[in-house]
Design a protein around this ligand. Structure first.
Ligand SMILES: Cc1cc2nc3c(=O)[nH]c(=O)nc-3n(C[C@H](O)[C@H](O)[C@H](O)COP(=O)(O)OP(=O)(O)OC[C@H]3O[C@@H](n4cnc5c(N)ncnc54)[C@H](O)[C@@H]3O)c2cc1C
Length: 373
């Protein structure tokens, strides 16, 4: 059993296989990095709540029966033969799971790499933290550069937390915060949640500019150009980068229109014994860790059912619960189900301070489960 990628999906899959099939299945888990970090921990780095060293969960700490972690970079995937090469060797898998997540395409937005900042990567969050400390007045524009992107509320969390940041520094009046993106509303599948987010933004004097296709940065004029003509000015541009499948997955012939199609109830690709899970799939749903993790559990259960000649009991529904920071210590909880019914559903609970504690528990239970710490 070979799992490519040790993010939310790969970590949960390896853990569940160890719990249920350690005697029967040997799992090799591959990732190019030496450590995992939760998506939301980038906000901790950005706002100086934690140093990078505190958010890294080292793969070397994984100690699960039947699971072997290898730090290698995947260089090619042959899904027909389930043959994988890395910078350190090659593998022939009986069952292959591709969980390599979404990559960022900075070059897709001319001017962005050199002229903007971002908090969607750990290194980017560190750079943006430093850029913020030098920022004393002017307009910060958070621009959503393409769809789909990870964690749909994250651009708005960023805006709400920026508000707190400048209030604490006593210079909120000198800073304008705006968010612009292609969506008609912050979270289009749920008008109720969009309304709550828009209200929270408005209370803090933050504007959302909907239906904007941001195509390039003019870094001399300090404005972002729009697809239909026109431009939005900024002093500091914060981009939510264009997302796409990693090159190695595209080159493998696994993608259609940029993402990997899968059978939605069991996450199987069109290649026998090759699954794809997490952000990399083309499923019509939000890209978030909770869904990647839930999908991984289904794949583990499907593998167990097939090995034992049983039926899979609970197919994938694209359901999960995730958290949204509103600032000032308040956290909301989103309960979503994308695939289980005739249409997607999502419900916002809170925000409240109790849910902030739940979010901490969410992270600590994963840390204990995956890394034993
Ligand atoms: C700011 C921010 C906030 C977020 N907040 C939340 C939240 O509150 N709740 C939530 O559920 N989700 C949140 N997310 C989204 C969440 O982080 C992702 O959806 C989730 O990580 C997807 O899991 P995955 O396993 O599919 O991919 P990933 O976690 O991205 O894992 C993919 C792995 O593949 C590895 N990889 C890629 N290419 C190669 C290669 N060639 N060779 C070897 N390894 C490779 C990568 O190193 C990575 O470890 C947030 C994301 C961001 C950026």
């Amino acid at each position: 059993m070979l799992i490519l990628g040790a993010g939310f999906a790969g970590l949960e899959l390896a853990t569940r296989l160890s719990e249920t099939l350690a005697d029967e299945v040997h799992t090799t888990l591959i990732d190019r990095n030496e450590a995992f970090s939760f998506g939301f921990s980038k906000l901790d780095v950005l706002f100086g709540r934690k140093p990078v060293s505190d958010i890294l969960l080292r793969y070397g700490d994984i100690s699960r029966e039947g699971v072997e972690f290898r730090r290698e970079r995947v260089q090619s995937i042959d899904p027909e033969r389930r043959h994988v090469t890395t910078d350190a060797g090659s593998y022939d898998a009986d069952i292959l799971v591709v969980a390599l997540g979404a990559a960022y395409d900075f070059a897709a937005t001319p001017g962005f790499a050199g002229g903007g900042v971002e908090y969607y990567s750990v290194a980017g969050a560190e750079r943006m933290r430093d850029a913020l400390s030098d920022f004393h007045s002017g307009t910060i524009l958070i621009g959503i550069l393409g769809q789909p992107f990870k964690c749909p509320p994250a651009p708005f969390e960023g805006a709400l937390l920026l508000h707190d940041h400048f209030v604490q520094r006593g210079i909120r009046d000198a800073v304008e915060i705006r968010v612009a993106g292609p969506m008609a509303a912050p979270v289009p599948i749920t008008p109720e949640m969009s309304r709550t987010i828009l209200d929270a933004l408005a209370e803090r004097g933050i504007e959302y500019i909907p239906k904007q296709d941001l195509v390039a940065l003019d870094t001399d004029a300090k404005e972002v150009q729009l697809a239909g003509g026109g431009a939005i000015p900024y002093d500091l541009f914060v981009g939510i980068p264009v997302h796409r499948a990693p090159d190695v997955v595209e080159q493998a012939g696994l993608t259609v229109n940029g993402w990997v199609p899968v059978e939605k109830t069991i996450l199987a690709t069109r290649f026998p014994d090759v699954y794809a899970v997490g952000d990399i799939t083309a499923l019509p749903m939000a890209k978030a860790g909770v869904f990647a993790e839930a999908a991984a559990r289904v794949v583990a259960d499907d593998i167990a059912a097939r090995l034992h000649g049983d039926e899979l009991e609970r197919p994938y529904e694209g359901a999960g619960t995730c958290y949204l920071e509103f600032g000032d210590g308040m956290v909301g909880m989103v309960e979503a189900n994308f695939l289980g019914g005739p249409k997607p559903t999502a419900r916002l609970v809170g925000p409240s301070r109790e849910l902030a504690a739940d979010k901490v528990t969410f992270a600590s239970t994963r840390r204990a489960r995956w890394f034993g710490s």
